[in-house]
Ligand binder design. Structure first.
Ligand code: NAD
Length: 260
């Protein structure tokens, strides 16, 4: 379905990004894996995608807080593959603290990785997409792009900002066959969330099952986690031809959380 396309998925050596990379590879897309790990640590995943799906996958290690590293990755990818057709802005970090105690450097880091990096990716990749008359931009936002939770001021501000960026870019590129959408997951069981389950159980003096049921899934009416496979399938659909008229959408994948 996406044969001959090339997709860059930021933060794709783990969690949601890794699931999205796998789903795009399965759909025939060449893949740029990206992260902050050593090449040797991701070689199995990279070569596994090539063997399993018959595509070409490359790995770039770059710091998403550094615009020159982002630019180098995108331009190198275009040189290697001949085009950059899909970008998935997935890399993200979190920090939790009351607003009056929020460390300034953490605020800056959360805004930089969750919002400004997506701006740079879009700024640098869209001229390449315009040249080819086709493009797909998918921003992995969060239910926190639509609603807030206490102590997550930077993350909520960044994800709301990402929703605004998504709509603006969609309007600017609407007549150029380039779509821009945001996917807004609720809780997804990634290593990041597994860590939270264990630490919350300890802090609250309750079992891990109670953390999952009452704390994490308390907000999600379906009482189910969204999975990385669900999100991979949604991204593949947004990159497909039938989704060509879906743009500027802020799509919850949150078990009904933001329907409240
Ligand atoms: P994760 O920690 O497994 O993945 C985050 C990725 O971002 C990692 O691969 C990491 O290497 C990369 N990254 C972070 N900072 C970086 C930097 N400075 N330079 C380069 N790479 C960097 O987390 P995840 O749960 O898979 O989250 C992926 C995205 O989904 C994030 O944007 C997150 O906000 C969003 N999200 C996650 C959930 C959830 O419940 N897990 C829910 C809603 C939204």
């Amino acid at each position: 379905m996406l044969n001959s396309k090339t997709g860059i998925i930021t933060g794709s050596t783990s969690g949601i990004g890794s699931g999205i990379a796998r789903a795009l590879a399965q759909a025939g897309c060449n893949i740029v894996l990206h992260g902050s790990r050593e090449q040797s640590q991701v070689e199995d995943v990279r070569s596994g995608l090539e063997t399993e799906y018959g595509i070409t996958a490359r790995y770039y290690r770059s710091d998403m807080s550094k615009p020159d590293e982002i630019e180098k990755m995108i331009l190198d990818a275009e040189k290697s593959f001949g085009s950059v057709d899909i970008i998935v802005n997935n890399a993200g970090i979190q920090h939790v603290a009351p607003v009056d105690q929020f460390p300034v450097e953490k605020w800056n880091a959360v805004l930089s990785i969750n919002l400004t990096a997506a701006f740079h990716m879009i700024r640098i990749a869209t001229p390449l997409m315009k040249k080819n008359g086709w493009g797909r931009i998918v921003n992995i936002a969060s239910a926190h792009a639509l609603v807030a939770s206490p102590f997550k001021s930077a993350y909520v501000a960044a994800k709301h900002g990402l929703a605004g960026l998504t709509k603006t870019v969609a309007l600017e590129l609407a007549e150029q066959n380039i779509t821009c959408n945001a996917v807004c997951p609720g809780y997804v069981k990634t290593p990041l969330v597994d860590g939270q389950i264990a630490s919350q159980a300890k802090e609250r003096g309750i079992t891990e099952e109670e953390v999952v049921r009452d704390v994490l899934l308390g907000a999600q009416p379906t009482k189910k986690f969204t999975t990385v496979e669900d999100l991979g399938a949604l991204v593949v659909f947004l990159c497909s031809e039938p989704a060509g008229n879906i743009t500027g959408a802020i799509l919850p994948a949150d078990g009904g959380w933001t329907a409240h």
